[in-house]
Design a protein around this ligand. Sequence first.
Ligand code: C2E
Ligand code: MG
Ligand code: MG
Ligand code: MG
Length: 297
Amino acid sequence: WAKADGKARWTLFDPERNAHRMTRQALSSTLRRAVERGEFVLEYQPIVGFADDALRGVEALVRWRHPQFGTLGPDRFIGLAEENGAIVPLGRWVLQESCRQARRWMDQHTGPPLYVSVNVAVRQVWDSDLVRDVAEILEETGLPSGLLQLELTESAVMGSAGRPLQALQALSEMGVRIAIDDFGTGYSNLAYLSRLPVRALKLDGTFVRGFRTARHQNPADETIVAALVQLAHKLGLTVTAECVEGPAQAERLRRIGCDTGQGWHYAKPMPAERITELLSWPPAGQSVPSPASAPSR
Ligand code: C2E
Ligand code: MG
Ligand code: MG
Ligand code: MG
């Protein structure tokens, strides 16, 4: 029974798990204050057109510059912020900061303006006055509504009746584009989505992962993606592929007719200043540099 004893003690006191729980509690309880203290920063990941390799937009991705724990990725704290409601002020800050930045790029740069794509948590659609916040932020920053895309997950919009649906409709009437993030990971129902004011799909990385290299490819994945893109286009939706990690994937997605892509093949998420540099390079146009010269962290 020594083993059973050891096992019992393991579940009673596991230092690692205990530390993990304490960290979660520490993070959770300081989230709101951290928003007020300005401990969050945004990075932006280029979204590139497959047809011409031009930079079309950027996705804003939040990071927490934690005074004790260093820089934390969103997977460490977005879930906690959703649980305790801090996602509402945090989400508002993300929207404000990314719209300000997008307006700056629009003013500094003469080419076609970049759009900014902002992740919105389910709870923001339910809890806060998202529509009013977005309207105020667009007004205050002077960003044209057509340059703002909001990314919601399928679970945020599926079965959305009442308040969430009203919010989506109001945002869409304002000219803001609604996109479904990580499409294909939930109970995807394109027929249903097409009846909502949704205008873009972001195909989850798991699809693209299936045709990574010329030699190791899963033909089923490519067939599914091709069919999805075709159907989405017939329903009037644009398609962005996530996690484009190599040239072979980019080439296949281009042939399939996918509209835009983002991923390490083009660039990793980067600080705003790096995007500003990309916008002025090369001087003649706004092509994204080849992967070899693309900035990476
Ligand atoms: P997401 O919206 O699906 O964002 C894409 C994630 O994939 C990002 O991770 C990005 O860094 C990563 N990624 C980009 N290209 C590649 C690639 O080629 N390969 C691979 N393997 N990964 C790639 P990140 O920044 O850690 O964000 C994780 C998630 O956190 C996001 O997933 C999003 O759901 C959430 N998130 C980020 N910022 C916010 C925010 O401001 N608000 C809310 N509510 N959620 C956010
Ligand atoms: Mg996203
Ligand atoms: Mg995504
Ligand atoms: Mg994701």
